[in-house]
Design a protein around this ligand. Structure first.
Ligand SMILES: Nc1ncnc2c1ncn2[C@@H]1O[C@H](COP(=O)(O)OP(=O)(O)OP(=O)(O)O)[C@@H](O)[C@H]1O
Length: 766
């Protein structure tokens, strides 16, 4: 009996099928062809799919046709690598064909209202694709909510599946299950919502023979009683005898599509494996001679064509319904007894269209968002390393920054040679009153701040040797007439001769290889001299101001007289920590899920990229609030970095920068296939951002082109804004501040748009 693919939705058509007659009407009409394709559970026509570049394509599906009727089990068999998984992923809407068409449950996968991907399909991928940190129950809850089930329904179904699939306790962690147990949980997930179409990629691998049989019995039962359709791949060819139809696949095409019994009869074999071998040999020979041609009764152009026979001549033999007929005949059923499920279905193509269109009206459903957010938190919570990373790392970074950066170096050795006074055992005596003796010792006493350790050397050469050998950061030399010359210089003022002037000078040789230490010693040596001169003048009843340089530094407009590097760098460090922690957390989030096949599974279950991003945004926001609080409490509260502006604005800007980092992380994870590439990209972006954003050095020091580029990086204006708020106390009305907010918001928008675009483009490429 043929069921015409071209039959119109009319009672007459129904009648003809009951009569077992071939159709002779309306063939060739596009409308009716489409109508008949939509009656199948799955209908694939002229499917071509290739991987790789156009120059070196790997053709995985080549002009493949496949027809799977509703209410049947379709066993897709073929050697490893022949394209089964690729075909299934195209059917569930995960991948797109390069050419050809696929109809699934009356619609094209991925189109609005088709319900595919979505809850009309149950998909069990080849890889386990489960969250290892979840218990079996949590796994079921997650997918159940995604499929829009109520908690009570999920629990009821869970009980059935635990029992049916002989699963261990529902509280067992998936990562602690055996391989076979994990596969069964994966199978249970596909069965969870009792979908119309079950797509199972090798569900029986690693499953013991008893359970394997019970799985097949279940599949036969649900296709029979509940009118469900199952497409299953398996490497155990013989178990596929229980399927209604078998599609034998080789090198991207179907060699045959028939019932197991028909195949055995036609090829006169006792096992399906023999049939497959025979067909493979035939195909091999045909390929050598010439490409397989469209022939005789299978030709698409004739009315006599078998309606379900492949349009590709390489698919040999009868169509599914012939097979089904054979099957029924074998079971002793007559045409009149054929169950309605294998007769053409002329009911509306979508019985529950209303409910499938509903989600289109809303951005998402509460169940999905609840499932996704709970999943993100659970995964974080169950991963101690990640928790430490999230909350321990920011604290550690702030503490280390405040302790290690910005403080004056101390314990710096200076080699001192004092020919002016005979220094014994490091003792350099002088009189604190208005005495003009041993002035070199008086000066040295002012140079006694904590950072400097004075070490006396006998002569000028040995002191310099100490500096060259790295034993001292500098050498100070007082000649033998130092005190007298200095007194003469003070007395003679501008009439002092050159010799007097040079003898009254302290000679200094510094190791300037370390800029910070060199500059600090330079500063201390000069400031100490100023203090010494003022002290001497004061004790001798002169105006101490005479000893100062004639420039008076008044109280600074902003900041302190003695600013520290910590105050300068702190704003940038706060933002860098929050920004890059967010980058690190999100950049690998999608990749790990994608690599484990989890993202695929969620997508097939009907979760959109937007929903996944939204759930991560919510999770990340909570994490960022915690991180921001920790960073600010340590920086401002514990280490006393001053905040002269509004703390609310500081918090908001820091959170916005966290968002910005998170959005950048999404771009990375959308763009990179492998976690290691994401890490490289995140790390690669860290250093340039740190260097160019004015975090450790003012951008005013950069060449103008670089400065122009640096200004528009995500952290630059924000760092400037935060610095202005913390040190100057400026508010939102100041351009420095509002530009920081504005640039951050613009970057967030840009990154999110990029991430969604990349995800969409990638989905279309696949
Ligand atoms: N993402 C991909 N990029 C490039 N090539 C791919 C990709 N996925 C699959 N392939 C290639 O496509 C071919 C078919 O792979 P597919 O996974 O569909 O085979 P299969 O029949 O399911 O194999 P198995 O039974 O071993 O699972 C293989 O040669 C495989 O290497």
């Amino acid at each position: 009996m043929y069921i015409a693919e071209n039959s119109p939705p009319s009672p007459a058509g129904d009648e003809k099928q009951k009569m077992g007659a071939e159709f002779t009407d309306t063939a060739g009409s596009d409308e009716t062809t489409m109508w008949s394709k939509r009656q199948q559970a799955v209908c694939v026509r002229a499917a071509c799919k290739q991987y790789g570049s156009t120059k070196q394509p790997n053709h995985v599906l080549s002009n493949l046709n496949m027809t799977c009727a509703k209410g049947t089990i379709y066993g897709l068999l073929g050697a490893s690598g022949c394209g089964k998984t690729t075909l299934l992923s195209c059917i569930v809407g995960r991948r797109k064909l390069n050419s050809g068409e696929i109809w699934v449950l009356g619609g094209k996968p991925g189109t609005k209202g088709s319900g595919v991907p979505g809850k009309r399909v149950g998909y069990m991928p080849q890889e386990i694709a489960l969250y290892g940190e979840f218990t079996i129950k949590e796994t079921m809850m997650y997918f159940g909510w995604i499929f829009g089930m109520k908690t009570s329904e999920i629990l009821e179904r869970l009980r059935f599946l635990l029992d049916f699939l002989d699963l261990p306790s529902e509280n067992r962690m998936v990562k602690n299950l055996s391989g076979g147990q994990s596969r069964r949980v994966s199978f249970a997930v596909a069965l969870m919502h009792d979908p119309e179409l079950l797509i199972l990629d090798e569900p029986t691998v690693g499953v013991d023979p008893l359970l394997r049989q019970s799985i097949w019995t279940h599949l036969v039962r649900i296709t029979g009683a509940a009118d469900k359709t199952v497409i299953i791949t398996t490497h155990y060819i013989e178990e596929a005898r229980q399927a209604h139809t078998i599609g034998l696949m080789r090198s991207g095409r179907l060699l045959a599509e028939q019932s197991p019994q028909a195949l055995l009869q036609m090829y006169n074999c006792i096992s399906l494996e023999d049939v497959f071998l025979k067909l493979s040999r035939t195909q091999g020979q045909s390929n050598q001679a010439a490409p397989l041609q469209v022939t005789g009764g299978l030709a698409r152009t004739t009315r006599e064509e078998a309606p379900y026979a492949s349009e590709d001549a390489s698919v040999k033999g009868l169509n599914f319904h012939q097979s089904k007929e054979v099957l029924l005949m074998e079971k002793g059923l007559s045409n009149g007894d054929i169950p309605s499920k294998i007769q053409p279905i002329i009911s509306p193509e979508c019985n529950d269209c209303g409910s499938y269109f509903k989600p289109l009206l809303n951005f998402t459903s509460r169940g999905k968002i609840k499932a996704l957010i709970q999943k993100n938190f659970l995964r974080m919570w169950r991963n101690i390393g990640m928790m430490l990373f999230i909350f321990g790392l920011p604290c550690m970074q702030v503490i280390l920054f405040c302790l290690a950066i910005g403080r004056d170096p101390y314990g710096l050795k200076l080699a001192i040679v004092n020919d002016d006074v005979n220094v014994m055992n490091g003792s350099c005596p002088y009189n604190k009153t208005c005495s003009m003796k041993n002035l070199s010792c008086r000066y040295l006493d002012h140079l006694r701040n904590q950072s400097i350790i004075k070490e006396y050397y006998p002569d000028h050469a040995s002191a310099l040797r100490a500096v060259r050998g790295g034993d001292a950061w500098g050498a100070l030399y007082f000649n033998e007439n130092y005190t007298d010359a200095l007194v003469a210089r003070l007395a003679l003022s501008d009439s002092a001769d050159d010799e007097t002037l040079s003898s009254s000078e302290v000679q200094v040789w510094l190791d300037m290889s370390n800029q910070q230490i060199g500059l600090m010693l330079n500063r201390d040596i000069q400031f100490s001299y100023r203090d010494f001169a003022k002290d001497l003048l004061r004790t001798c009843d002169y105006n101490p101001k005479a000893g100062d340089i004639p420039i008076e530094f008044m109280t600074p407009v902003f900041g302190s007289m003695n600013p520290s590097f910590t105050d300068f760098a702190a704003p940038g460090i706060i933002l860098t920590i929050v920004f890059f922690l967010a980058v690190a957390l999100t950049s690998s989030a999608l990749i790990v899920e994608r690599m484990e096949g989890l993202l695929d599974r969620s997508w097939v279950a009907g979760v959109s990229p937007g929903e996944i991003l939204f759930s991560h945004v919510v999770t990340q926001f909570v994490v960022m609030c915690g991180q921001t609080a920790l960073v600010l409490v340590f920086m401002l509260g514990v280490f006393g970095v001053k905040c002269n502006g509004s703390i609310v604005l500081v918090v908001v800007l820091t959170l916005l920068q966290g968002f910005c980092g998170m959005s950048f992380g999404f771009v990375i994870s959308a763009a990179c296939e492998l976690e290691r590439n994401a890490i490289q990209m995140a790390l690669g972006s860290f250093y340039p951002t740190l260097v160019l954003s004015g975090v450790i050095w003012p951008i005013e020091g950069m060449p103008w082109i670089l400065r122009g580029v640096a200004t528009w990086l995500p952290l630059t204006l924000a760092t400037n804004a935060l610095r202005s708020m913390l040190t100057r106390g400026w508010g939102l009305t100041n351009p420095d501040v509002y530009l920081g907010f504005l640039s951050t918001i613009v970057w967030i928008g840009l990154f999110l748009v990029f991430a969604i675009l990349i995800l969409k483009i990638k989905r279309n490429w696949q």
